[in-house]
Design a protein around this ligand. Structure first.
Ligand code: F6R
Length: 248
């Protein structure tokens, strides 16, 4: 696990976007694993800028999103599919047929999870998986728990996560209780994983993730078992980390 500490959110976004651009320029049909939430928004803005400057071509890229809320339709501004079009897909030349996001309104959710894993098998492995980190250490919606689920599944959101995500909704009662999420094994199959962390609110969990061993109660700590993980954290998110503990 490598950690790169950068000055601020702007720099974090730029470094991550540059890595994606290099990946696509090297392999135009790259498969990207994408995240939503506040953290990657700046990175998506940068990618749009690079696309507009002619530095990257998304026409052969395939994307898989990590997760989607159960019950929110694609017209709902809080759904992750809406988020992705709003923050990235509508502004670049990606082929809309090459965008994969779990369908949170599928009638049969179990079947939808299976369908997603079949697609991941067919188009994978993911070349670069982008992750944010929840304040409780979740990745995707793999919440702290005694057991972590390997493949795509329906997850119940923890109260901590619902509270953290309430900022996007009118009030906490509107935050969905379930989501479809890629599982831990789906994430770990990626060739490279980039975990982004920004802001003081992430400082305690970034420290715990790095300085604790491996625990299913800190799902991001599992990433220590992956051979190619890079954490890009801004100074605030890395402020509690003691340097000697940075490399796992
Ligand atoms: C989003 C996702 C989540 C977020 C995490 C951090 O697709 O999978 O794990 O990455 O909740 O969210 P932000 O970036 O809003 O702090």
């Amino acid at each position: 696990m490598k950690i790169t500490v950068v000055d601020d959110y702007h720099k974090m976004s730029e470094v991550a976007a540059r890595m994606i651009v290099s990946q696509i320029n090297e392999k135009p049909d790259s498969v990207l694993g994408l995240a939503t939430g506040s953290t990657p928004i700046g990175m998506y803005k940068k990618l749009i800028d690079y696309y507009k400057n002619g530095e990257v071509d998304f026409s052969n890229v395939i994307t898989f999103n990590l997760d989607e809320y159960v019950g929110l339709s694609k017209q709902d501004p809080q759904s992750y599919i809406y988020f992705m079009y709003d923050n990235l897909f509508s502004h670049i030349n990606i082929n809309k047929e090459s965008i994969y996001i779990p369908n949170g309104t599928a009638e049969d959710l179990e079947q939808e999870c299976k369908r997603y894993d079949v697609l991941l098998e067919r188009f994978g492995p993911i070349d670069i998986q982008i992750l944010g980190i929840g304040v409780n250490g979740h990745i995707g919606f793999n919440e702290p728990s005694k057991d972590l689920v390997l493949r795509t599944h329906v997850a119940y959101l923890s109260e901590e996560t619902r509270k953290a995500n309430a900022r996007f909704f009118d009030d906490i009662s509107k935050v969905p209780t379930r989501a479809i999420t890629m599982g831990i094994s789906d994430i770990m199959r990626a060739e490279k994983i980039i975990l982004l962390a920004s802001g003081k609110s992430k400082a305690p969990i970034v420290k715990r993730m790095l300085e604790t061993g491996i625990s299913t109660y800190i799902p991001a700590s599992i990433l220590k078992l992956h051979k190619n993980v890079e954490i890009i954290a801004d100074k605030d998110a890395a402020s509690f980390v003691e340097k000697r503990n940075c490399i796992a």
